[in-house]
Design a protein. Structure first.
Length: 297
């Protein structure tokens, strides 16, 4: 990368492996970096040498150009660039740009090569390069951390995080593209999610964990779940927790024990969720249960 103002960037953590790429099982990695711009920082126009470059906008705003087509980017955007394109970048004057990036080639025998072709097919237009998947950003910071703290298995960790990023990009579709998924495919995705919730509902405290587990965008996942199941993921999870809570109450577990088993941060939160589900509090449920048992005697 060349800078018109080479001394104005606040910092530039750039690892360039052009002479000797960082080689993994699936990729030849040529560049990984973190650029924090000043208002007059400009990345000069240059021809992309690598099959795929991915930029993650972590702060500020700016303009990315592909073949002279401008796209304004902001925090949370992901911008794609492909080989042989003319690419340049400029930061906003008052809201300075910061972005992470990596550039790589795929080994032709890599099973992930299909992801490159998918991205090229779906994002080839210069004015259609932005995706937004918040869950990807921690993966990129993991890569930068491994580079700054090279240790045993660092290269493997870098590759693992890149693979997760690529799979997330492959699976990403914004709201207007939901219709491209067939009903059968939607059902298959939701079946996997339902199965996961059924087996882990006790320990799930935040449904974004489930989206990350399957590398799906959370907003996309919630929409197709509602389409297929007729209820939200939150409702489904709460029903699983509450039905199990009722079983545990019948087995004479204490409210404190049940709250802990089901991963609630407090008895109050558990009791409120239980009453919302069954219109009685756990204590009222206990009393009703005791009265029934007493009457039987």
């Amino acid at each position: 990368m060349k800078f018109i103002q080479p001394n104005t960037n606040k910092f530039h953590f750039d690892n360039i492996f052009s002479e000797e790429p960082l080689i993994t099982d699936n990729f030849l990695i040529y560049q990984i970096g973190d650029l924090y711009c000043e208002s007059d920082t400009v990345v000069e126009a240059h021809k992309q040498e690598y099959e795929l470059e991915i930029s993650f906008i972590s702060e500020g705003t700016g303009d990315f150009y592909t073949d002279d087509v401008k796209t304004t980017v902001e925090r949370g955007n992901i911008y794609l660039s492909f080989k042989n394109e003319i690419h340049r970048i400029s930061s906003d004057t008052f809201n300075n740009l910061r972005y992470y990036y990596f550039a790589l080639n795929f080994k032709t025998d890599s099973p992930y090569y299909i992801i490159l072709k998918h991205l090229q097919n779906n994002y080839s237009a210069p004015d259609n390069r932005i995706l937004k998947i918040e869950s990807i950003f921690p993966l990129m910071t993991n890569i930068l951390y491994e580079l700054a703290n090279i240790n045993t298995f660092s290269v493997l960790m870098i590759e693992t995080n890149i693979i997760q990023i690529l799979i997330s990009l492959y699976r990403f579709h914004d709201n207007k593209n939901l219709s491209i998924y067939t009903a059968d495919l939607q059902k298959g995705i939701v079946y996997n999610i339902v199965n996961y919730i059924d087996n882990h509902f006790k320990t799930i405290t935040n449904l974004t964990e489930v989206a990350k587990k399957f590398f799906y965008d959370y907003s996309y996942l919630t929409k197709i779940f509602k389409i297929v199941m007729g209820k939200t993921m939150h409702t489904y999870l709460q029903e699983k927790k509450m039905n199990h809570a009722r079983i545990l109450l019948n087995e004479n577990y204490s409210i404190t024990q049940i709250s802990e088993i089901l991963g609630y941060s407090s008895i109050h939160n558990f009791s409120r969720a239980f009453k919302k589900q069954f219109d009685v509090s756990p204590r009222e449920f206990y009393k009703t249960k005791e009265n029934k048992e007493s009457n039987k005697k």
